[in-house]
Each structure stands twice: as C-alpha cells, then as structure tokens.
Design a protein around this ligand. Sequence first.
Ligand code: TPP
Ligand code: MG
Length: 340
Amino acid sequence: MTDTTLTDRPPRLDVEALERMYSLMLGTALADQRAAAESKAGRLMAAFYPVRGMEAVCAALGETMRTGDKMVSTYRNLGDALAKRMPLRSIIAELYGKAEGCSRGRGGPMHLQDQDVNFTATTGIVGSGMQIAAGLGMAEQLSGDGNAVVVTFGDGATSIGAFHEGMGFVALWKLPVVIVCQNNQWGEHTSIKEYTAAPELAQRAASYGMRAEKVDGFDPMACVAALETALARARAGEGPTFLEFEHYRLTGHTGTADFSYVPKDELAAAMERDPAPTFRKWLLANGHLSEGQIAEVETRVRAELEDAFQFAQNGTDPVQADIYEGVFENDEFARSVDGA
Ligand SMILES: Cc1ncc(C[n+]2csc(CCOP(=O)(O)OP(=O)(O)O)c2C)c(N)n1
Ligand SMILES: [Mg+2]
C-alpha cells in the first residue's frame, strides 16, 4: 500500500539521495538525544539547544545546498552543521569544548562554524543572522559566482528589529538569500499565540516586496521542493525568498530545560509526525528503500556517532596560552594583549 501522508518523491531524488536524507535525519535526531543527555549530565562545555522536530528541514537543506553556498545559523545549529556536511567529529568535539572541535573549543555548542564548507557563522543573538546574511548576500552578488546564502532562525526572531532591517535590505537589493524560518511554535517558553498578534509569519515578507511560502516542515519532500525553487531563484538573480517551515519543538528550549508547560495534546500530535521515524515508514511503504537498506543506514549512522562521541570524550582541553590565537587577524598582537 502506498503511503500518501507525505508528498511524493520528485524523480530527481534517487535512492542514494533518499538514503542520504534518512541518514541525516536519523543522525541529527540521535546526535541530538545524546548531546542533550550529556548536557544534563553536565559534561558539555555550555548549554545545548536541541533540534528535535527540525530534522526534515535539515535533511532537505543538506540535499539542496551546494558546498559553495554560505550558511548562517543560530545556537540551534546541530542539524544545519550536519546539512552543511561538517565532519561529525569536529562538531561533537566542539560540544565538549575540546581543542579538536571546529572552533578549537572556544565556541561550544552555540558556536559551530566551518569555513571549509561555508558554514560561515552561528549566532546566539536572536535575529542577528539576518543582517550577517544580508552582508554575505551582497558579497555574493558582487562576486557573481552564482552561490546563495542561506540563513536559518526561529519564529521568535521575526519579532526582532534586526530581522526587519535585514528583510528590507535583502529585498531592495534582490540579494541571493534564502531565509529559512524554523517555526517551532515557541520562543523560549512562550507560545507563538501569546507573543504575536500576527502569527502568519510568511505574510510579513509581502510587506517587504519579497516572495514567501509557508511549508509543512514535517514533510521532507515538500521542504526539498520549496528550497530548490528558492535557491534556483537566488542563483538566477531573482532575489530572496522567505520560507516559513512549520513544525513543532519536540523537546525543551535547552537540553536541560523543563517543558511541562507544553500542552500534552499538541506535543503528542507533533510526535506522531516525528521526522525520522515517519520518513522511515514512508520509505518502506512506498518501496523506495528495503528493510535491509534501512538497516545498513542505521548501523552506519550509529557507528559514526559512537566514533565521534568517543573521539570527543578523549579530546584535549584547550590551553590558556593560546586563548587569543585566531581572535585577532594578527596573532602577534594577540600575544602582546596576553602579555605573553
Ligand atoms: C537579541 C536577543 N534577545 C533575547 C535572547 C534570549 N533568547 C535566546 S533564544 C530565544 C528564543 C528565540 O525563539 P525563536 O527565534 O523562535 O528560536 P527557537 O529558540 O525557538 O529556535 C530568546 C528570546 C537572545 N539570545 N538574543
Ligand atoms: Mg521558536
């Protein structure tokens, strides 16, 4: 029997692509759960912000972005980093604040980055990614090399001034920016219904003269289709697109936060659509992947995670002596500041 709960596969996505997407969804969910548990145990360098609920959007980002595309993310960045194909070991080591981490242990969970794959910046300042993306978008437009800039942030960020300034700027200059709003229905501990009188976020884009679309963020193929169109428009010089991906936060705000305030029925309904298990069922029901192929993916993903967590836990702590290195353009200056 064909499963029609999710949008059907576009012909472009072959078996390998579907396997990659399932790997990314499952890898994100499992890494997230383990990181949250490590955070609860007090073993991570700083607070961890879970991404459970966002896995379908992240897998679609992974399938549609190119390495040359720049990405700006937030503190809730694990799935974005995986979508950008950052090495898993360097991600997990950074969560523990180890020298082997992508930011040499100086950033922690909130500040993953990797210039090799153009995971350009992550920021903990809500709404500020929009302005960073505007600057990067202008640079891409001037260079004319056909890359796009993707910026991700939450629903709450659309109430911040910086967001609105950035929206006006990228629309006016028709910058090659794809704006990914992860609407998980919560801004910290406040429901979207309680913090805005205008909860239809995609409608905000129209007032800036920008194309916008609301997308089911629990439907991986719908996410791919929306991102493909937006990225193609950006590359063709047709300007930015605002995409509101609607889903639900399946955890607390942080890895340790209580979330008993979340209505039980809402959470239960969202859990019914938990991206990785739902996609797994859909892949099987539609005959896209066999039980054997799925099992292979799952074994590989679990082994890679085990390796990365072991690597991180055995990593080295950064030393005080190089604390300023990589902070200023000139390391000589850094040493003089340090008095070394
Ligand atoms: C400018 C600014 N104001 C407030 C905060 C505190 N803060 C951290 S996360 C957050 C909620 C943001 O909600 P949303 O944009 O929906 O993202 P989510 O955490 O749900 O992914 C707030 C208010 C901050 N980091 N930066
Ligand atoms: Mg939110």
